[in-house]
Design a protein around this ligand. Structure first.
Ligand SMILES: Cc1cc2nc3c(=O)[nH]c(=O)nc-3n(C[C@H](O)[C@H](O)[C@H](O)COP(=O)(O)OP(=O)(O)OC[C@H]3O[C@@H](n4cnc5c(N)ncnc54)[C@H](O)[C@@H]3O)c2cc1C
Length: 508
């Protein structure tokens, strides 16, 4: 059940479906954003061609088969993902191919462990705002009430009065590290309660916009009763999520071209010629790639859009490298280990997941061999340094029983394809609608003035991109859903207003 205060954003009114001859749309990128756009366009009758560079769908939530040293077949993926309960649009996408909602399963908590021994969690908190936050503070061993004296309450006010895009207009010039230091949260609380959000953007807080951080705090804490509890995929991503969705697309007549990279989009033909293995004529194009893909395609398409728009895309940056290490171990971890734990203060280690706790394939392997399948993530890493050993050593500190384990096999994914949201970048972040009529953008890098982030931003911009094209053809798109679009406790909002919106936070 979504939060009863979730907000519905209706599309422009129009006909229920496209008329003949139906337009042909090329969607570039088969991650969440491209899949969302392709699904909605095809449901309204468009002829859709989806081009994905990789052999697998799902983009950063993708996976592929691999054979382990013990001869078993397994699926390696781009890494653990938390599907939060307030990911309304993503869940509506997944439901198309999972009508009974069995593809995701809940984990009981989001535990956070700090190296100094403090442990926090979010299970069992009241759902109502602000009682959830007060409940967290009351029971957190990390946060003591007397620490509240030190918190700069005026600097904390923007947390209570979030509204997109106003929050960006006010705070985007400030970096998240500076904002965190202005808040004067006690050290461990600071790390656990707030840095965890900047970590999930793969960036160091000094290189990330404070507005992005504050918006995250709204989405996951003060703006939504669903809080920080989440579900995980019950099967490896390709089996549980994307292949069923690919079959759904196939039934709608979508042509999915895997292993097909788009190099450029030119004006001509029906309206555009999309250059891939062979040129494809299109009435409209959705560019739903990652940062690198968007820069490449737009950089090689000199007649598209405006000079300013092209410069904005050329200026997009990616966050630093991150490492996902998966280990198949010859013995189990202790029975009380959670399926996922966020970590702080353990060197470069940001989280540990124990896949055999929740994923069918890993569980079967562990049952057969008596072992465990463990995944380690390290974000915002220095470039050019191999931190695989450090991550594994830190696993031995977090779960000491793993020190004696033999590694049956291992896989590592070192990438840097997540978008960076640097301070001051919001105003120039490209939006769904572009200066080029009939060419739209989607993806987690794309600006949309709604409180959404990460996978949910990908799904929301994917549907929004399809809505924008459908509106041009006089066809009704789909409603978008979000958590409340402003701070949800009127009294706290009023206090924030009265004291001034961003006191002491004027950007340098
Ligand atoms: C390790 C890790 C953990 C994460 N954990 C979480 C989490 O717990 N919760 C959460 O909400 N989010 C999480 N994220 C973020 C999440 O993965 C992304 O926000 C989301 O998947 C982005 O989807 P997208 O469709 O915008 O982009 P992508 O998934 O990057 O899809 C873009 C697609 O475009 C394709 N492409 C690029 N260029 C071209 C081209 N020229 N031609 C054809 N195809 C092209 C790419 O191959 C790719 O498949 C995590 C990310 C990582 C890496």
């Amino acid at each position: 059940m979504p939060d009863r205060r979730a907000v519905r954003h209706d599309p422009v009114p129009g006909r229920p479906s496209l008329r003949r001859p139906e337009p042909r749309v090329v969607v570039v990128g088969g991650g969440i954003a491209g899949l969302a756009a392709a699904v909605l366009l095809a449901e309204r009758g468009a002829r859709v061609v989806l081009c994905e560079r990789q052999r697998h769908l799902g983009g950063r939530v993708g996976g592929w088969p691999t054979r382990l040293a013990d001869g078993s077949s397994a699926t390696m993926t781009r890494g653990f993902h938390a599907f939060f309960r307030q990911y309304y649009n993503l869940r509506r996408l997944l439901r198309r191919a999972d009508p009974h909602g069995t593809a995701l399963v809940g984990l009981p908590d989001y535990p956070l462990w700090h190296a100094d021994g403090h442990r926090d969690g979010f299970a069992g908190l009241p759902a109502a705002v602000p009682w959830n936050a007060l409940g967290f503070l009351a029971r957190s061993p990390t946060f003591r009430w007397r620490d509240l004296r030190d918190v700069d309450s005026r600097a904390a006010l923007p947390l209570l009065d979030v509204e997109v895009p106003r929050t960006y207009e006010e705070l985007d010039g400030l970096d998240a590290a500076r904002y965190l230091s202005l808040l004067r949260f006690p050290g461990p609380a600071h790390a656990l309660a707030l840095e965890v959000f900047s970590r999930s953007f793969f960036a160091h807080p000094a290189r990330m916009s404070a507005a992005e951080l504050v918006t995250m705090f709204h989405i996951y804490f003060l703006g939504s009763g669903e809080g920080l509890l989440f579900d995980v995929a019950a099967d490896p991503f390709p089996h549980g999520l994307w292949e069923p969705l690919a079959r759904y697309l196939g039934d709608l007549g979508v042509e999915v071209r895997r292993g097909t990279a788009v190099s450029a989009v030119e004006r001509g033909g029906r309206r555009f010629v999309v250059h891939a293995d062979e040129p494809i004529d299109a009435d409209a194009v959705v560019l739903a790639t990652d940062v690198g893909g968007l820069r490449e395609v737009v950089g090689s398409s000199p007649d598209l859009g405006s000079a300013e728009w092209r410069a904005d895309i050329a200026a997009l940056e990616t966050a630093p490298p991150f490492l996902v290490s998966r280990y198949w171990l010859d013995r189990p971890v202790a029975p009380d280990r959670p399926g996922f734990v966020g970590t702080s203060g353990y060197g470069p280690l940001d989280n540990v997941s124990v896949l055999d706790r929740y994923e069918h394939e890993a569980r079967a392997w562990a049952a057969r061999t008596g072992g465990a399948v463990v995944e380690l993530h390290g974000y915002a890493l220095p470039a050019g340094v191999d931190l695989r050993r450090e991550l594994l050593d830190q696993l031995g500190v977090v779960f000491p029983e793993t020190k004696a384990a033999r590694v049956v096999d291992e896989r590592h994914e070192l990438r840097s394809d997540c978008p960076l949201f640097p301070p001051g970048g919001f105003a120039r972040r490209p939006a769904v609608v572009t200066p080029e009529p009939f060419l739209v953008l989607a993806g987690d890098l794309v600006r949309i003035d709604l409180p959404v982030a990460l996978m949910e931003r990908a799904a929301t911009t994917g549907f929004a991109a399809a809505n924008a094209l459908l509106a041009r053809w006089g066809v009704r798109g789909t409603p978008l859903w979000t958590v409340p679009t402003r701070g949800r406790v009127p009294l706290l909002r009023a206090v924030a207003r009265r004291w001034g919106r961003n006191p002491g936070l004027e950007t340098p």
